[in-house]
Design a binder for this molecule. Structure first.
Ligand SMILES: NC(=O)c1ccc[n+]([C@@H]2O[C@H](COP(=O)([O-])OP(=O)(O)OC[C@H]3O[C@@H](n4cnc5c(N)ncnc54)[C@H](OP(=O)(O)O)[C@@H]3O)[C@@H](O)[C@H]2O)c1
Length: 315
């Protein structure tokens, strides 16, 4: 029998793709904000007790990094307190919690990829509250997988790819930060890797391990490294190759031609934002690869795949 999976945050970038892929391995109940408001802990408890899942997959989060600076209590409620309640309830019913976290738990002072055990030191409210969520899950005693990912984008939602495409139709010149280094990760790849890992765990017959053996934090990002500046140039390079009527691209550009002629690199200090961001937040995926034999493609390949499959409605 397929395990019952409760997917929370089904309308997010990662949540939408999980909702498409998880039914391959389980009976999925998918809840969006209308059906489950994570600011209401009693609702979380009620949902988990009602559906009694084997797995809870939490793709919801307060991801507005700059906004979080001025609404710390709501960011904490969604990013820390809600996962804490999910973990507590998971422990009670023997469910496993699959959760996502962020590269922004680190301060960016390293110059080589961060391992899972490197010291955390978040520089903004979003990172701080996400770290609190991780810690609450770990302290709960529930079996869990926490996947830290980075610079998530998709062909829908709010993200850097879609912002650049919109701006590229409105301006001749863009000024983009060059001194923040990371790994842009496509929502589809995160959902695919998560589904593949859960499939391995669900395959109890020949499965290599039970979730209790592998419970913990894993980094799950695209391979390779880039800057926002180089990512922008790659987006524009790919944009020249896609049929403009491709549905997601036409929606992103509002069917307008790209007008941008120059992309100028700037320092983060020239683009002040409410939230501080780490200068370097590349994560090492070695543990994920070692444990689950899962490796996400290089960021450049992931980006290419978005433009090279013009008939795909979603990514
Ligand atoms: N986005 C990134 O760059 C990034 C980077 C690193 C890590 N991550 C992590 O990756 C995971 C997935 O992120 P994502 O990019 O897919 O996020 P996303 O697109 O912003 O989606 C987040 C989802 O959470 C839901 N949500 C927010 N507040 C809620 C509430 N009170 N009750 C119920 N649902 C609520 C949102 O609902 P609505 O649709 O109704 O707003 C949205 O569907 C998160 O854990 C995030 O922290 C993301």
């Amino acid at each position: 029998m397929k395990p019952a999976i409760l997917l929370i945050g089904t309308n997010g970038q990662v949540g939408q793709e999980l909702n498409r892929m998880l039914p391959r391995i389980g009976e999925v109940t998918a809840l969006d904000r209308q059906r489950l408001d994570l600011a209401q802990p009693a609702e979380i408890r009620r949902a988990i007790r009602t559906f009694h899942p084997a797995f809870i997959v939490n793709a919801a989060a307060h991801t507005a990094v700059d906004k979080a600076e001025s609404e710390e209590s709501i960011a904490r409620a969604i990013n820390a307190e809600a996962p804490s309640v999910m973990a507590e309830e998971s422990k009670k019913i023997g469910a496993s919690l699959i959760h996502f976290s962020t590269d922004y738990v680190f301060d960016g002072s390293k110059t080589t990829p961060y391992d899972e055990d490197d010291p955390t030191n978040p520089q903004n409210v979003y990172g701080k509250t996400k770290l609190e969520g991780e810690q609450a899950i770990q302290a709960s005693g529930a079996t869990h997988l926490i996947f830290r990912t980075s610079w998530v984008y998709a062909t829908q939602g709010r993200n850097f790819l879609l912002t650049i495409l919109r701006l590229a139709t409105q301006r001749e010149e863009l000024r983009i930060v060059r001194d923040q280094i990371g790994a842009p990760t496509l929502n589809t790849e995160i959902a695919r890797a998560t589904t593949s890992i859960l499939a391995q765990i669900c395959d109890t017959e020949g499965g290599p391990f039970s979730l209790a053996d592998v419970s913990g934090i894993y980094h799950m990002t695209a391979g390779g490294v880039t800057s926002w500046f180089d990512f922008t140039n790659a987006i524009l390079e790919e944009s020249a190759t896609i049929p403009p009527a491709t549905p997601w691209f036409a929606a992103a550009t509002n069917k307008l031609p790209l007008t941008v002629r120059h992309v100028n690199p700037i320092a983060a200090s020239e683009y002040p934002t409410p939230a501080r961001r780490p200068a370097y937040s590349v994560l090492s995926n070695a543990r994920l690869n070692r444990t689950f034999s899962v490796q996400l493609p290089d960021w450049r390949k992931q980006l290419h795949s978005v433009f090279a499959n013009p008939h795909a409605e979603t990514h």
